[in-house]
Every structure is written in structure tokens, then in C-alpha cells.
Design a protein around this ligand. Structure first.
Ligand code: PLP
Length: 357
């Protein structure tokens, strides 16, 4: 079954870079003295509206919204949401308005993604409540209000996660396969292993998991293509049990949308806990340390909400030896850099260590 229609936004394929300096730096501290073969999939460079993972899913959402003759997109998330920023940028190109519901109150300073939302002309409605599920209720209320006013709203669920949006990462697995194969056929005298096929070694895909659509798409894509990736999500937002259930459901549904019935065992949905810290969107010392390490080894910027915490999770796997030198890792850089600027003070002054709840 073919993919549903897409509204082109992303510059694909995104680069796959080998992070040899980061791998060496980690290797020195790991039990074997050597890091895994480590790649970064630069989905921060999807190339549209400051990039990030949300752009891939938006290609499907925007095409669907236009097919349904919508004139306004209603969605929601937090004040530093990459999803709302990318959605607002996509809507600008498609000639659609955006009304976005945000939890919490309007921050004193308009920085990072919030600044970009303002520049893009999105209408922002704050719930003035920390209860994130309230955003789901408000999204429906706003859509109803717009319908009554004669508008044609198209709702994208909070955080942008649905089976349709997850198709962006079903496709990304194909893209990654091609890139990994291309990089492995090029022999490199520095290690004999480089000539091996990627499947001769355990190949991990590691990412930060929030609303779960990205991990679901990667798992569905791996299953559909028969690619034996081990997809490991580091949760930065929800409890593990909730993530496992959401990833499972979204992966099965996404596969069904493209005509595949997949079954998932417990080993297919791997979520690691312990890196959220005091809460979603609050920087942690390990996350900030990961941001500095990756900047200082690879010149690549991670973000404090997702990829910094996700990388902290990957570093723990490597430093403990759970991911070893004979394995390959692809860390998906899902974007989010604009949030760096909204957390400047904490990034410079450091953040207190507070255990995860
Ligand atoms: C949204 C987001 C994620 C998480 O993706 P989900 O599909 O919501 O799990 C990870 N990193 C960044 C930068 C994001 O914006």
C-alpha cells in the first residue's frame, strides 16, 4: 500500500554523521576502553522552520488538512514546544492559520520557540495550568468554537503524535538503511569492521521519547522493512508504562495505515527511565553535561528538553557497558535547539541535581 499524500517540507535525506570523537571520549571511560561505532542522524537538519523531527510528520498532517479543506490548524503542547513552532511554520507555507493551546502561563520572556511562534503569527492560548492533559480538552473546545464561527479546523493531537504523523519515521528507517549501507561499503583502513554489513553487529537506534510518535514510527518501519534495529527510547516526559503502551499502539496503527499488520513483543518496545529529572522541560545536570560534551567533541548542539536528556541516557548505556564496542549506535538528533536560548541562565550557571520523581 502506498504512503498517504505528503506536503513537501523537509530536506531529505538528512545527514548521517559518524561521531568518532564522541565515541572515543566515551570509550576512555567505558569498561572495554572503547566506545561503540557511533552515528548521529541529523534530523535537527530537516531544513524547514528550524528543523527537527516534527517536520517529517507535518508533511502528512498538512497534506491531510488540505485534502479535508481545512483553513485553520488547532494543536497544543508547552510554551517551548518544537511541535507548535514547526506546525506554525508549515501552516504559513500551506496558507493555514494556527491556534495553539499551551499549558502553563505565558512566560515572562518571549524566547526560543515562543519567539519563533510569535514571528510566525500563531495564535497562542495559555491554559494557566500545569496539567498537561488539560491541553487535550482545550484543543477540542477551541476546535468547536472555531466550527461555530464558520471555520474549518484540523486538529493535530498534543505534541503532534498520531499514527499518521508517525509515518514520517516509518520512511526515515528506509532512509537510514540506505545511508548505513553506503557508509559500510566504503572500506576504511582504520578499522576492519567498517567493511562489515550493518547487520553483522547489533545496531541500536537511540532517541529521546516524548509523545511517542517518533519511536513508534521507527519501530514500525524496522518491522515492515525487516531491519533488525534495536530501538531504544529514553523517556523525557512520561512514565515508562505509559510510553510502552502508546508506542505499541501508535506503531501498530502506523503500520496498518500503510497496509502492514505487525505484531510487537515486549522486547520490541524498549524505554529507559531515569533521565527526566524534576520534570518535562526542566534541564538536568546530566543533560547539560551531555550538551556540553557533544558540542565540544562534535560541534553539534543538543537541546535541554529532549536530546540532551536522551544523550545522557545513551552515555549511561555506554559507560555501564550495556552497549559495547562491537555494537553500532545511531543516535537520532530530533532537533529542539531553539529551546537552548530559553534556558540560557540555567545552561550557563548550572542546574541543581534533583532526583527523578
Ligand atoms: C517532539 C520531540 C521529541 C520526541 O518526539 P515524540 O514523537 O513526541 O516522542 C524529541 N526531540 C525533540 C527535539 C522534539 O521536539
Amino acid at each position: 500500500m502506498p504512503l498517504p499524500p505528503r506536503f513537501p517540507l523537509a530536506l531529505l535525506p538528512t545527514p548521517l554523521i559518524e561521531a568518532t570523537r564522541l565515541s572515543r571520549a566515551l570509550g576512555r571511560k567505558s569498561p572495554s576502553g572503547e566506545g561503540p561505532r557511533l552515528f548521529i542522524k541529523r534530523d535537527d537538519m530537516t531544513g524547514f522552520g528550524f528543523g527537527g523531527n516534527k517536520v517529517r510528520g507535518l508533511e502528512f498532517y498538512i497534506a491531510d488538512a488540505l485534502a479535508q479543506n481545512a483553513d485553520v490548524i488547532v494543536t497544543g503542547a508547552g510554551p517551548q514546544s518544537n511541535h507548535i513552532r514547526a506546525t506554525s511554520a508549515a501552516a504559513s507555507v500551506a496558507g493555514l492559520d494556527v491556534v495553539a493551546v499551551m499549558h502553563d502561563s505565558r512566560p515572562a520572556e518571549t524566547q526560543g520557540n515562543l519567539l519563533l511562534d510569535e514571528l510566525l503569527g500563531a495564535e497562542l492560548r495559555f491554559t494557566d495550568s500545569t496539567d498537561r492533559s488539560l491541553v487535550d480538552v482545550k484543543i477540542e473546545e477551541v476546535a468547536e468554537e472555531l466550527r461555530r464561527a464558520g471555520r474549518r479546523p484540523y486538529v493535530i493531537p498534543r505534541g503532534g503524535a498520531s499514527a499518521l504523523g508517525a509515518l514520517g519515521y516509518v520512511e526515515c528507517v528506509r532512509e537510514l538503511d540506505t545511508q548505513l549501507r553506503a557508509m559500510n561499503v566504503r572500506p576504511d583502513p582504520s578499522t576492519a569492521l567498517r567493511e562489515a554489513s550493518p547487520w553483522d553487529r547489533t545496531c541500536w537506534i537511540v532517541l529521546a521519547t516524548g509523545a511517542c510518535g517518533t519511536q513508534a514510527g521507527l519501530i514500525a518501519g524496522s518491522k515492515i522493512d525487516g531491519a533488525p534495529y534495536r530501538v531504544l527510547g529514553i523517556t523525557v516526559s512520561r512514565p515508562v508504562a505509559e510510553c510502552v503502551e502508546r508506542v505499541r499502539q501508535l506503531a501498530i496503527e502506523a503500520a496498518r495505515l500503510v497496509g502492514h499488520a505487525i505484531t510487537l513483543g515486549a522486547e520490541d518496545v524498549m524505554i529507559r527511565d531515569g533521565f527526566i529529572g524534576p520534570g518535562y522541560g526542566i534541564p538536568t545536570p546530566e543533560g547539560v553535561e551531555a550538551i556540553r560534551l557533544v558540542a565540544r567533541t562534535e560541534g553539534v548542539f543538543l537541546d535541554p528538553t529532549y536530546t540532551g536528556k536522551g544523550m545522557a541516557g545513551l552515555l549511561a548505556e555506554i559507560l555501564s557497558g550495556r552497549i559495547g564496542k562491537d555494537e553500532t549506535v545511531v543516535f537520532v538528533h530530533t532537533g529542539g535547539e531553539p529551546a537552548l536560548f530559553a534556558h540560557a541562565a540555567q545552561l550557563v550557571q548550572g542546574v541543581p541535581a534533583v532526583p527523578s520523581p
